[in-house]
Design a protein around this ligand. Structure first.
Ligand code: TXA
Ligand code: MG
Length: 319
């Protein structure tokens, strides 16, 4: 493919991004969580190119992005609990897995042939403008090569996918910095992936969330939750060691809450929201040094759960 354009997030850039998507091209766009790699979700050929561009080994199901819950209901069925969650948290960093309306034309590659679909309404002005301009649902995984850290700015996208996608719509860094929280809302709600919306906030609406079905059935605690959640997902190139109090050997130290001797600190004030916003950017930065990365302990509450989930995957043996 030819060079990848960097489009600015003004009216002209958004119109151009929309035209490229409608023509079946791939465009990376910002959301409040991470940058997505978008294709029109009803276009089999365009969706297939997402997997080629990312170098994904398997056809994992993708999240469909829309501008409103009304747009989502054109291709998905919302039971009461999904409606309650959408009303409480959309637009925002929450993905709902609901029943697919099979006649609505969503590509089977998007759902990997499942009878459910993952959908979300991003809370980001440029993403909203783009979705309204395209007037189609947009399938988008995170805009990184398969198995690498998710991009939280346009430079990360270009570093990983330059020459493989038509354009990136550049609207600066992402505010949340972690992928969306995924909840299966087809029946009693279950947490499939911790993410940018804290579990506590969701449970204030739903009551306690169940575990994913494979765990409820007695599966191993670290089995993939959402299909395609490879253990070593989100991995930087360098080795990662968690719960470190200091660096040893050649390691660089990523601190939290003012860790003494840290090379970078996710949040000197010990705030998990700030740490989430910094996590992938700092991992990208330290990764470029090509030295092993030691990470200080992060508390298992609020966005700390999702941060620790991503760090566990980064630290897991590679496959
Ligand atoms: O914040 C985000 O969610 C970002 C931005 C771009 O929206 N997207 C993202 O997409 O993280 P991706 O492809 O990296 O992760 C999608 C996750 C996968 O773990 C996949 O297995 C799950 O969503 N998923 C998609 N459809 C599903 C379904 N029908 N049932 C269960 N899980 C599903
Ligand atoms: Mg991803």
């Amino acid at each position: 493919m030819a060079a990848t354009d960097r489009l600015s997030a003004d009216a002209e850039g958004i119109a151009q991004a929309a035209r490229l998507l409608q023509a079946g091209d791939l465009v990376s766009f910002p959301t409040e969580t991470v940058y997505g790699l978008g294709a029109v979700a009803t276009d089999d050929h365009a969706v297939a190119r997402i997997f080629a561009a990312k170098g994904r080994p398997t056809f994992n199901p993708l999240i469909v992005h829309v501008a409103s819950s009304e747009a989502a209901k054109e291709f998905a069925e919302f039971p009461r609990i999904a409606d309650d969650l959408a009303r409480a948290f959309w637009p925002g960093p929450l993905t709902l897995v609901v029943k697919l309306k099979e006649t609505a034309g969503i590509s089977a590659l998007v759902t990997a042939g499942l009878n459910t679909v993952a959908v979300r309404v991003p809370d980001h002005a440029s993403a909203q403008s783009l979705l309204r301009a395209v007037e189609r649902p947009i399938a988008a995984p995170s805009a990184n090569p398969s198995g690498r850290i998710s991009p939280t700015n346009a430079d990360h996208v270009l570093d990983g996918l330059r020459g493989r996608i038509a354009a990136v719509l550049d609207d600066g860094p992402c505010g949340v910095g972690l992928e969306s929280t995924i909840v299966d809302a087809t029946a009693s709600p279950r947490l499939l992936r911790p993410g940018g919306l804290p579990q506590e906030a969701i449970e204030a609406v739903t009551g306690p969330l169940g575990p994913p079905l494979d765990q409820a059935a007695g599966g191993a605690a670290h089995k993939p939750n959402a299909p395609g959640q490879l253990e070593s997902h989100y991995a930087p190139v360098a080795q990662v060691r968690m719960n470190a109090t200091s660096a040893t050997g050649d390691e660089v130290l990523l601190g939290f809450g003012g860790t003494p001797g840290a090379d970078l600190d996710l949040s000197p004030a010990g705030d998990t929201v700030q740490a989430a916003a910094n996590l992938f950017g700092m991992l990208h930065q330290l990764d470029s040094l090509r030295r092993p990365i030691a990470v200080a302990p992060v508390p298992e509450s609020g966005l700390g759960r999702a941060i620790n989930d991503r760090l566990r995957r980064a630290a897991a043996p590679r496959n």
